[in-house]
Write a protein that binds this ligand. Structure first.
Ligand code: DGT
Ligand code: CA
Ligand code: CA
Ligand code: ZN
Length: 578
């Protein structure tokens, strides 16, 4: 087992113990142990070998033997019997957003609730509201959580889906029968979430390709296996479609299955107006329907667009939002490339809730090819994230200055803060502290439910603070988990433009906020953007690529993206803002 697997096993034990209502100290021991193991820097095997794992703070004596057993791949009878002792329905109930093990157990004890269906019925009948300490509001919250889960269960984060899809694409391309293979569908269009994976392949022989696809190790079940299409489901619920076509149809099939439907409809209309019907198989001349669809010598998508009098439209712009008009008029945007990103902002260190040190983050940024890195740890109101008070902020500022002067070889650091926007729109730190920093990200982390008018006024007040540089994750949404809070984004964007404040694309794959749908118009109106990975570890810096995706999908011109400026350019921009 890897360290991450062991961490999951310990977490699972804690959850199971909690569902059984066992001793809180025992539960805490596993939770603490999981965290300690996760964040420990020493080599696990070395510590086990030297019998020194117990010296790591947080790892109690009861855990050492279990960790050792799991590490060597052994079975843990303790965990097995725990699993057997808890109804599987309870674990499923735990997947409902906002429900913890304690409440799940209480409802099980009081009402015998052991499935999501039973829970829904118990909420609707008022039985849940009747449990001591629950009430009508809690029951309502649970019901909306159940709804959310049903709506979200079918989709997956782009980042995770892409990680599954890449090796499959490589595998397909390495088959001798495969001539061309591409990812299609929403994954290719860089949508923030995807329903399923779509692959399009041109091959000399269909059967061996289908056979390879359905017998991949990760496949849990085969939902279809045919001569043109196969579908499979992986563990975790992600599904994938594979279409195999003759080579002369490849460009048409790839375009068709890339979508979106809206884009396809618009392109088909354009073809019709020019005397052709366009399909996944090719182009059919209208007055010669008997001839059937042919490829007209078109080998790739660029050829198809050209045939229809258009510049090639990149997949991520194919959402039926006027991309054909732009492609006809030479008005498609020059899209951001990952190499154009010279650095990123809004990242956390171990001073607040990040995992890695300032030095490690700077070195990792350099490693990724960045010239600079903006640090923005949490402020004190985010106490659960160990947010910094004024004294600690100023200490970190000194540390940043010293680091930049030390010639250590890492990326240049900008000293920032992710300052909480308090409920009334004031900021969480002293004005003098904020003014001393290179830049200030302001974000909402609390009181999400105050209503649209109040939230809008609150955020605008923060935008109007003279030290504010960037508005962080402006809607607070967590994809597939938590809806955006109510806020009037049009007004917020107006205020940001009027005050010269940047809005971020939070590049955490779970946020991708401000949404790509908002950017094209906002950028036309003058809004500037910063791509912010919101990294909580060196690894998290890599999320900037998800932000690049969203910038592309939002038609954002490089001139309005802070990260495209070189070090001197960013320094100048920030200085002008001060
Ligand atoms: P997803 O999977 O929900 O994230 O979104 P897509 O866009 O990947 O949709 P999917 O997988 O159902 O189909 C892939 C593409 O096939 C879609 O973008 C457009 C194309 N397509 C064209 N006509 C149809 C149709 O009648 N039904 C479906 N499902 N897809 C169609
Ligand atoms: Ca799809
Ligand atoms: Ca599909
Ligand atoms: Zn934040």
């Amino acid at each position: 087992m890897t360290k991450a697997d062991i961490v999951s096993a310990l977490e699972e034990i804690a959850v199971l113990l909690e569902l059984r209502g066992e001793n809180p100290f025992k539960i805490r021991a596993y939770q603490t142990g999981a965290r300690a193991l996760e964040t420990m820097e020493e080599d696990l095997d070395a510590l086990l070998e030297a019998d020194e794992l117990g010296k790591v703070p947080g790892i109690g004596s009861a855990l050492i033997e279990k960790i050792a057993t799991l590490r060597t791949g052994g079975e843990l009878p303790f965990l097995e019997s725990l699993r057997d002792s808890v109804e599987p329905g309870l674990i499923e109930i735990l997947e409902i957003p906002g429900l913890g093990a304690k409440r799940v157990r209480k409802m099980h004890e009081a009402l015998g609730v052991d499935s999501i269906e039973a829970l829904q019925a118990a909420c609707e009948s008022g039985a849940v509201a009747g449990i001591k300490g629950f009430g009508a509001k809690t029951a309502e919250k649970i019901l909306s959580g159940i709804e959310q889960r049903a709506a979200y269960a079918k989709r997956h984060l782009w980042w995770q889906a892409d990680a599954v899809a890449r090796p499959i694409l490589e595998g397909l391309r390495s088959l001798p029968q495969v001539k061309r293979a591409e990812i299609a569908g929403s994954l290719r269009r860089l949508k923030e979430t995807v329903g399923d994976l779509d692959f399009v392949v041109a091959a000399s022989e269909v059967e061996p390709v289908m056979e390879w696809f359905v017998s991949q190790a990760a496949v849990e079940s085969v939902t279809a296996q045919g001569v043109t299409k196969s579908s499979v489901r992986f563990a975790g619920g992600l599904q994938a479609d594979l279409r195999v076509v003759p080579e002369e149809q490849f460009a048409f099939a790839l375009h068709h299955f890339t979508g979106s439907k809206e884009h396809n409809v618009a392109l088909r209309q354009r073809a019709l107006a020019r005397g052709y019907s366009l399909s996944e198989w090719g182009l059919t001349q209208k007055d010669d329907a008997e001839a059937g669809p042919t490829g007209h010598g078109i080998e790739n998508e660029a050829g198809l667009f050209e045939f229809l009098g258009l510049a090639e439209i990149p997949p991520e712009l194919r959402e039926g939002v006027g991309e054909l008009e732009a492609a006809e008029g030479g008005a498609l945007p020059d899209l951001l490339e990952p190499e154009m990103v010279k650095g990123v902002f809004h990242n956390h260190t171990d001073a607040s809730d990040g995992r890695d040190t300032l030095e490690a983050m700077a070195a990792a940024a350099k490693e990724l090819g960045f010239d600079y890195l903006g640090l923005a740890d949490h402020s004190k109101a985010s106490f659960q994230a160990n947010g910094l008070d004024d004294v600690r902020v100023l200490k970190q500022l000194e540390k940043v200055r010293a680091y930049n002067a030390s010639g250590s070889g890492g990326a240049h650091l900008f000293a920032g803060i992710e300052c909480d926007i308090l409920k009334d729109g004031s900021l969480d730190l002293e004005d003098a502290t904020l003014a001393a920093l290179d830049y200030v990200v302001v974000s909402v982390h609390s009181a999400f439910g105050i209503g649209e008018a109040e939230m809008t006024a609150r955020v605008i007040r923060a935008i109007e603070h003279p030290s504010t540089t960037i508005l962080g994750h402006p809607t607070g949404r967590l994809l597939l988990r938590r809806e955006a809070y109510a806020i009037d984004l049009a007004k917020v964007i107006d205020a940001a433009i009027a005050n010269g404040v940047i809005i971020e694309i939070n590049a955490n794959p779970q946020r991708l906020d401000l949404d790509w749908r908002m950017w094209r118009r906002a950028a036309e109106r003058g809004l500037h953007c910063a791509i912010n990975p919101d990294a909580h570890s060196t690894k998290g810096l890599e999320y900037y690529r998800a932000g690049v995706n969203i910038a592309r999908k939002g038609w954002l011109p490089a001139a309005q993206i802070l990260n495209c400026r070189d070090l001197a350019g960013v320094k100048r921009w920030l200085k002008e803002r001060r």
